[in-house]
Ligand binder design. Structure first.
Ligand SMILES: *[C@@H]1O[C@H](CO)[C@@H](O)[C@H](O)[C@H]1NC(C)=O
Length: 307
């Protein structure tokens, strides 16, 4: 009886404090951690957000490990990262859809660059077809790159982070990992998986007392990187197509402040919350209003093959 009373009081007080703390941080920025000298691995670093994050991390005096399937892309990212001040840059060709290759390259990274302390699972692909029109091979590839690669990279790099009780797992998911989208069924499935996976392992780490290994889950709306070329947003003020540079900066800031969830743009926090509490029919009406049912109608995607 006494335990119930004490625990309830404790939870109430902590609840009040965490809300006050959260309110204070609307005005006072979080302290940023120093990641100088840390080894940062970025998958899909050959283009888009991956390349921009590499440049941002480089400017923070880190050692960069770049993975991509695109040789030219990764070379250019390596050049830019060195220019931005990276301590050292290692580049590897790695097809993240291949588990054995992920493990093989991970071993090579550990031998050559040392233990990775910041893992950024960023590589992603999109089919962009109605589900029944999507070839089985592309559906499989989408799940392999967008979610299963995260399993294998965690298996490879998490043990060292746990041993040191120090590290950061960054999952570049999508708002399509929180809300289903017409025309993106396989992509959404893969991103929901990525979000659920990162959240669950984050909790597993917390439950085992490894609170030095942090998790950041990034859920952006469309970013103007070419991956979703052709897609249009209906009300750009409410749901803008995001600027890649802005997204990269927000991600780095989230990592430096140990922010667990980063949804972009800010309206996405509200939309994601609404999805779970509104009556279904109202949700559909709002979805139509926001253009959510025709987002993919004008999809072209990358003009050339790219990860
Ligand atoms: C960050 O840490 C490194 C050593 O790990 C140190 O040399 C550097 O001065 C620190 N930077 C800041 C801004 O504290």
């Amino acid at each position: 009886m006494m335990n119930f009373f004490l625990e309830t009081i404790q939870v109430l007080l902590l609840s009040i404090w965490y809300n006050v703390e959260s309110f204070i941080h609307l005005f006072v920025p979080f302290k940023k951690k120093n990641i100088s000298g840390e080894v940062v691995l970025i998958t899909g670093a050959g283009s888009g957000i991956g390349r921009l994050m590499a440049q941002e991390f480089a400017a923070l005096d880190t050692v960069l490990v770049l993975w991509d399937i695109n040789q030219d892309g990764i070379k250019e990212t390596a050049r830019l990262a060195k220019q931005s001040g990276a301590k050292k840059v290692y580049s590897y060709l790695c097809d993240c859809s291949d588990r054995n290759e992920v493990y093989r390259m991970a071993d090579q990274v550990k031998r050559e660059a040392g233990d990775v302390s910041i893992l950024v699972n960023n590589a992603g692909i999109v089919t962009g077809k109605k589900f029944m029109d999507a070839p089985d091979s592309l559906i499989e590839k989408t799940v392999e790159v967008n979610s299963m690669a995260h399993f294998w990279t965690y298996k490879a790099f998490l043990p060292a982070m746990i041993a040191n009780n120090h590290g950061h797992l960054v999952s570049i998911a999508s708002s399509a990992g929180l809300i289903g989208v017409n025309g993106l069924a396989d992509y959404c499935a893969s991103k929901f998986a990525a979000v659920g996976f990162a959240e669950s392992v984050g909790l597993e780490l917390l439950a085992t007392g490894k609170d030095g290994v942090k998790t950041t889950i990034v859920c952006p709306y469309f970013i103007n990187t070419g991956m979703f070329d052709g897609c249009q947003t209906k009300w750009p003020t409410l749901l803008p197509i995001l600027d890649p540079q802005y997204v990269a900066k927000k991600i780095i800031n989230a990592v430096l402040t140990d922010q667990v969830y980063l949804l972009l743009p800010r309206s996405m926090y509200f939309i994601a919350a609404l999805k779970n509490i509104l009556p279904m029919k109202q949700g559909i009406v709002l979805g139509q209003y926001l253009g959510a049912f025709s987002l993919m109608d004008t999809f072209r995607g990358h003009s050339k093959k790219q990860e």
